[in-house]
Design a binder for this molecule. Structure first.
Ligand code: AHG
Ligand code: MN
Ligand code: MN
Ligand code: MN
Length: 335
């Protein structure tokens, strides 16, 4: 296949997209540079002292891995200087991240999970970076939280990087979903998966079944349907669960299936499950819908949820359309 770079793909092959502008392309290329640096650090993690814990706890109440912190600082450093943002938000930071006035300001807002799947860093299992981009709703001046807390359907772009057997970028700007693979010999992401469409129905379900006793009845019935024959396929699905949302999502996007992270009652402070709306569910919901799939919190499309808090959590059912419809049918008659 001819070597098509992200820039060429966006400006030439997607010129109809409102995002096919030089400004957005330069923003995306700054993000790509940050991901290449993170990929380099991830790929030598075993050799230098970036494994293990920092000893800190983040706003999510999670133990911060050294690579969480490193990826976060790489993204913040690079993207503050990109010249196209007016604000940023990270899974690892409690509050909005300012763009210092000494740097050029822009009208895009970037939200990200700098390193997804942190529990897998030290055991060499695929991890990733998830990003979501909005345009600000005011002309200029200080950025208010309500400009950041927009519904997912307002995203102008979203996607993820996956640091696995190869480093890939998958993203959408509203004109389909496109995958690029990093060619380390030239340091470029080259088009490898044009126009990704996810199968209507899969053969795989992904969920952490160890929470069975903490799930409500509809969730137990929903998971039972996938592990038995009383489902639309008429036979059990295979269970595949890596523990990195990006990796489970990417596998299901390409080969079909559903990823579920239902709410559970393990922690009275986290009654909506573990995953974050703004930097995990929204971006992946935009990608999966553009690829013909679906994403729901059990009651509503993820992209329709009106956010009320930067780090709010949501239950997540995401993947092949038929599988998501089957999963949410168990919650239909719930109040
Ligand atoms: P993060 O590493 O960004 O905090 O996200 C971890 C998430 C997600 O990647 C994964 O699907 C999920 O945590 C796994 O959670 P459990 O260990 O509870 O299954
Ligand atoms: Mn985390
Ligand atoms: Mn994550
Ligand atoms: Mn993370």
């Amino acid at each position: 296949m001819r070597q098509i770079t992200v820039t060429e793909h966006l400006l030439v092959h997607q010129k109809a997209s409102p995002m096919a502008t030089g400004r957005f392309t330069r923003l995306l290329n700054e993000l790509i540079l940050a991901a290449k640096i993170i990929s380099r650090e991830v790929n030598k993690a075993g050799l230098v002292n970036v494994l293990g814990l920092t000893g800190d706890t983040n706003v999510q109440g999670e133990e911060v891995q050294k690579l969480d912190e490193l990826a976060n600082s790489i993204l913040i450093y690079r993207m503050q200087r990109a010249g196209f943002l007016c604000a940023m938000a990270s899974e690892e930071n409690a509050d909005l991240i300012e763009i210092p006035s000494k740097f050029a300001q822009g009208d895009y807002i970037l939200l990200f999970d700098p390193l997804d799947g942190s529990s897998n860093i030290d055991v060499n299992v695929s991890i990733g970076t998830i990003f979501s981009i909005f345009r600000r709703t005011r002309e200029n001046g200080p950025v208010y939280m309500e400009e950041v807390l927009q519904k997912g359907e307002n995203q102008v772009a979203a996607g993820y990087f996956i640091y696995g057997s190869s480093t890939m970028m998958v993203y959408t700007t509203g004109s389909g979903v496109h995958g690029f693979t990093l060619d380390p010999s030239v340091g470029e992401f080259l088009l490898s998966h044009p126009n990704i469409k996810t199968p209507e129905q899969g053969k795989v379900y992904s969920v952490n079944e160890s929470y069975w006793d903490y799930w409500d009845k509809p969730t137990q019935e929903c998971v039972n349907a996938f592990k038995s024959s009383n489902n639309r396929r008429g036979k059990p699905y295979s269970l595949r669960y890596i523990g990195s949302l990006v990796s489970d999502f990417h596998r299901n996007l390409l080969s079909g299936g559903i990823f579920m992270y239902p709410k559970d009652n393990r922690d009275p402070k986290k009654t909506s499950g573990k995953l974050r709306l703004m930097c995990e569910a929204n971006p992946l919901a935009y990608v999966v819908e553009q690829a013909g799939g679906a994403a729901s919190d059990g009651q509503r499309r993820i992209l329709e949820i009106d956010p009320h808090e930067l780090h709010q959590r949501v239950p997540l059912f995401i993947g092949s359309k038929n599988d998501v419809e089957q999963a949410v049918s168990f919650y239909r008659d719930q109040d």
